[in-house]
Design a protein around this ligand. Structure first.
Ligand code: HEM
Length: 196
C-alpha cells in the first residue's frame, strides 16, 4: 500500500460525501439486474469518461509521468458495449456530457483524474457482482469495471505517488481538491439526469 500522506487523507475526506452520493446515483443494484440495464449503465459511463479523458489528454498525456494512455478507459467501455450488442453507430449516438470546463494545469487535471482512477477500486467489487449476476467477463462485457485486473493495486499506488509529488505547495493541493470535488459533482449530475 502507498503510504497515506496527510494530503491524500485530506483529499479522501474532502470528497467522502461526493463518493457517497456517487454510490447512490450510480445505483448499481437497480441497474445491473438485467443485461440491458447494465448496458445502459456502461453507456452512461461512456458519456462521461469519453469527454473527461479527452480534456485530460492534452495536459496529462505530455506533462506527467503517469502512463496516461494505459489509464484511458473509453475504449474498454466501447468494447463492452460492442460485446453487449451495440454497433459503432449506436455507440456514437449515445449522449455525452458537455458541461466540463477546459483544463489548463496539471494539479487541476490530476484532481479530475483522481476521480476517474478511483473508480477502478470500486470497480473491483462491481466487476465481481456483475460477473456473477449477469455472466459477463473481462473481454466480454466487463472490461471497464475489471480495468487493470490484478494490477489495480499497483496502478493506484503509482497514481497516488504522482498525485503526491504534485501536491507539495498549498495552492496546488487546493486546486487538486477543488477539481476532484467538481468532477464528482459533474459525474453525479450526469447520473442524476439518467434517472433511477
Ligand atoms: C457505485 C459503486 C461504487 C462502489 C461500491 C465503490 C466503492 C469504493 C471502495 C470500496 C473504495 C475504497 C477501496 C480501497 O480503499 O481499497 C472506493 C474508492 C474510491 N472510489 Fe469508489 N465505488 C463506487 C463507484 C465509484 C465511482 C463511479 C467513482 C468515480 C466516478 C469512484 C471514485 C472513487 C475514488 C476517487 C476512490 C478513492 C478514495 C481514496 O482512497 O482516496 N467510486 N470506492
Amino acid at each position: 500500500m502507498t503510504t497515506v500522506t496527510p494530503f491524500l487523507a485530506r483529499l479522501k475526506d474532502a470528497t467522502r460525501p461526493h463518493h457517497e452520493a456517487t454510490e447512490l446515483t450510480v445505483n448499481l443494484g437497480n441497474r445491473s439486474k438485467t443485461r440491458e440495464g447494465y448496458r445502459e449503465l456502461l453507456g452512461r459511463f461512456l458519456g462521461f469518461y469519453e469527454p473527461a479523458e479527452a480534456r485530460l489528454a492534452p495536459v496529462l498525456g505530455q506533462t506527467v509521468d503517469l502512463d496516461f494512455t494505459r489509464r484511458r478507459k473509453t475504449e474498454l467501455l466501447k468494447a463492452d458495449l460492442r460485446s453487449l450488442g451495440l454497433d459503432d453507430a449506436a455507440i456514437n449516438s449515445l449522449p455525452r456530457f458537455t458541461a466540463l470546463e477546459p483544463l489548463h494545469d496539471v494539479p487541476t487535471a490530476l484532481g479530475s483524474m483522481y476521480v476517474l482512477e478511483g473508480a477502478t477500486l470500486g470497480g473491483q467489487y462491481i466487476a465481481k457482482y456483475v460477473q456473477s449476476a449477469l455472466g459477463v467477463e473481462p473481454g466480454q462485457g466487463c472490461s471497464f469495471f475489471s480495468s487493470y485486473g490484478e494490477e489495480v493495486g499497483p496502478m493506484w499506488k503509482a497514481f497516488r505517488e504522482v498525485l503526491t509529488a504534485h501536491a507539495d505547495a498549498e495552492p496546488d493541493q487546493e486546486a487538486i481538491i477543488d477539481s476532484a470535488k467538481a468532477t464528482f459533482e459533474h459525474f453525479n449530475d450526469w447520473f442524476l439526469a439518467f434517472g433511477k
